[in-house]
Design a protein around this ligand. Structure first.
Ligand code: GTP
Length: 608
């Protein structure tokens, strides 16, 4: 089948085969009781999140004199380190993170009302249209609390599971997190995943119940649910309506009072963690970082410890939320720099920046590279657009480290690229950006996962491109990636969701009631079965009430075969797919019914 473009967002999540990290007890006792359900399911969500930035010792107060010497261009914003708070907002998709972020920016006067447009931090057109956050954004706010100025660094994070690696990056730069839960819906699968991510990073968690203005809001029930399901003490949870602006001041006060300041290590050699970067055609790579130790000044000669490259920091600044230049940034602060860096490879996310002259001894633990889980071929409908497609992919890759591609060609489809993505939403977004921003007309081949082939000669071959699958005589068996999936659902939909998982070759693991009316169902499922309409089906069969999360569990042998499509007796390699033997007829029928494919093939064939 395929050559179909993927339709709506599906909850695919980048999992990693990195071993789960050892768990350390939280430094704070947020928990009124132990977890009712322990979190192993989520432990592999982490990407080297063993990074610890917290320091529980109170940093020393900065004297007025010292404070004055620290004041740079941004005099109004500069505060002593004890008055800095770095935090992020975490929530299940659509629970209101971006709306809350907008309100925080407005109330602190960071963005004036006249500049304010909905979802200020969601810059990309696609983000606004779809109402989802794709790239994380950062903003620095000034807030007066008990007559003292505070600098609050907010890092907005995406809610969709495809982009969870962005969440884990931002957590490493924070000491605290607002956990936003929709008061009319309650705990969802991603709420749990977020809490476990925050705990892994020893963050102070502030529970916030949003959307209390809705007639269906049941804050008391949801508070009970959070306490029972997550074990988080909700005695001082904040009730809010981001839309109506209710509870926003309470949230700002709680950030100041409950989230610890960063530790004061400004005297140590510089170590700054890169948590994001993007390519600006005029200034080169712009690096977002959090200063963990030391200070960085405009003009400093800096050294990237992983890429071993030297640069001069031409410009440093803060995100307010627009970029604003400053002279210097200190331990605990979040900012950006530009240094005429031509390649993002020189300033990779997770790398540590230090000074060329006074180097730090050890780099900070970085992040593991995002691993693509879903692959497909992208071919221009018009073969002449191939160079433009390559150019466009290269440009997108500058800002999207998770996007991978390599050339692929076939006699029927012409030249194109085999691309790797975090999940289907990621794939759809890249494809849409290519079509929209670069005016390319593309066809997409069937999404596929990475299979592991045990060959007759003892070799093990990883195969993400079905056309490269060793022939039947050369292989002993094929293994496919499995995920452990947890679905949270109201009890009336349990039956239809279990049916869905069984249809998708799921192996039942566990079902339990997390509250009187809601259940958690756990299955092991082939990842390939989710790379389709699984999430759409989950939503439609539960009338939108169920949510899901998953994590990679490993490879298992399956009865898989290769489905080839022939045209006039010739095999069209890019259309080959690897399917379970029971689904081969269905898949074949779907594939040859794709309209865009047929038009592409007829163009190619008439031209040859
Ligand atoms: N009634 C009501 N609606 C809200 C409130 N907060 C957010 N919404 C609405 O809920 C929807 C989702 O809000 P967002 O702020 O985009 O949610 P999000 O969590 O940032 O979503 P992602 O960026 O996709 O993760 C939007 O339609 C908002 O207008 C609230 O307090 N009350």
């Amino acid at each position: 089948m395929v050559c179909r473009t993927v339709d709506m967002a599906r909850q695919l999540f980048l999992s990693t085969n990195a071993p789960p990290l050892p768990r350390s007890p939280p430094l704070h006792h947020h928990f009124s009781k132990p977890f009712l359900s322990p979190p192993p399911l989520y432990s592999s969500f982490m990407f080297q999140s063993n990074f610890r930035v917290l320091c529980r010792t109170q940093p020393k107060e900065v004297s007025d004199a010292e404070f004055t010497t620290r004041v740079g261009l941004d005099r109004l914003l500069k505060v002593p380190i004890s008055n800095i708070r770095n935090f992020c907002i975490m929530a299940h998709i659509d629970h209101g993170k971006s709306t809350l972020a907008d309100k925080l920016l407005q109330l602190t006067g960071t963005v004036q009302s006249r500049e304010m447009k909905e979802q200020f931090l969601d810059n990309m057109d696609l983000e606004r249209e779809r109402g989802i956050t794709i790239k994380l954004q950062a903003a620095r706010m000034r807030y007066m609390f008990k007559t003292k100025p505070y600098c609050l660094n907010l890092i907005d994070t995406p809610g969709h599971v495809d982009f969870s690696y962005e969440v884990s990056r931002s957590l490493a730069a924070c000491e605290g997190a607002l956990l936003v839960v929709d008061a009319s819906q309650g705990v969802e699968a991603q709420t749990l995943a977020n809490v476990y991510l925050a705990l892994e990073n020893n963050l102070e968690i502030i529970p916030v119940l949003n959307k209390i203005d809705l007639p269906g809001a049941e804050p008391d029930r949801v508070i009970k649910e959070i306490e029972e399901v997550i074990g988080l003490d909700c005695n001082n949870a904040i009730l809010c309506s981001a839309k109506e602006g209710i509870g926003i001041t309470e949230i700002l006060n709680a950030i100041v009072e409950r989230i610890p300041p960063p530790c004061d290590t400004a005297g140590s050699p510089l170590r700054a963690l890169i948590f994001d970067s993007y390519y600006d055609p005029y200034r080169g790579v712009i690096v977002y970082f959090r200063v963990i130790d030391g200070t960085i000044k405009k003009g400093d000669k800096i050294y990237f410890m992983a890429s071993k490259k030297d640069y001069f920091a031409d410009e440093i600044g803060v995100l307010s939320p627009n970029q604003m230049q400053v002279e210097e940034l200190y331990a605990g602060e979040v900012g950006y720099l530009s240094a005429s860096i031509r390649s993002v490879a020189d300033a990779r996310v997770g790398d540590t920046i230090t000074h060329h002259g006074r180097r730090a001894e050890n780099s900070l633990p970085g992040y593991e590279e995002a691993t693509p889980m879903v692959f497909c071929g992208l071919f221009p409908v018009d073969a002449d657009q191939f160079p433009e497609l390559r150019d466009a992919l290269e440009k997108l890759q500058l800002n999207d480290a998770a996007l991978k591609f390599e050339p692929e060609d076939s006699s029927a489809m012409g030249f194109g690229f085999r691309c790797g993505f975090l999940g289907l939403l990621h794939m759809e977004i890249v494809q849409e950006r290519l079509e929209r921003e670069y005016s390319l007309n593309l066809i997409t081949t069937a999404p596929s996962v990475v299979y592991r082939v045990n060959c007759a000669n003892g070799d093990i071959v990883n195969c993400s491109n079905p056309s490269l699958l060793p022939e039947p005589g050369q292989r002993r068996s094929i293994e496919e990636p499995f995920v452990k999936i947890e679905m949270l659902t109201p009890k009336e939909y349990i039956g239809s969701l279990m049916e869905l998982a069984q249809e998708r070759r799921g192996e039942f693991k566990e079902m339990k009631y997390i509250t009187e009316n809601r259940a958690s169902i756990i299955y092991d499922l082939p990842l390939a079965e989710m790379v389709g309409d699984f999430f759409d089906q989950l939503k439609s069969r539960s009338k939108g009430y169920a949510s899901m999360e998953y994590t990679f569990v490993g490879y298992k042998e399956s009865e898989l075969i290769k489905l080839d499509i022939q045209i006039n007796g010739d095999r069209v390699e890019p259309l080959s797919t690897i399917v379970h033997k029971d689904k081969v007829i269905l898949m074949g029928e779907e594939q040859i019914s794709e309209k865009k494919l047929l038009s592409k093939l007829s163009t190619q064939l008439s031209g040859s």
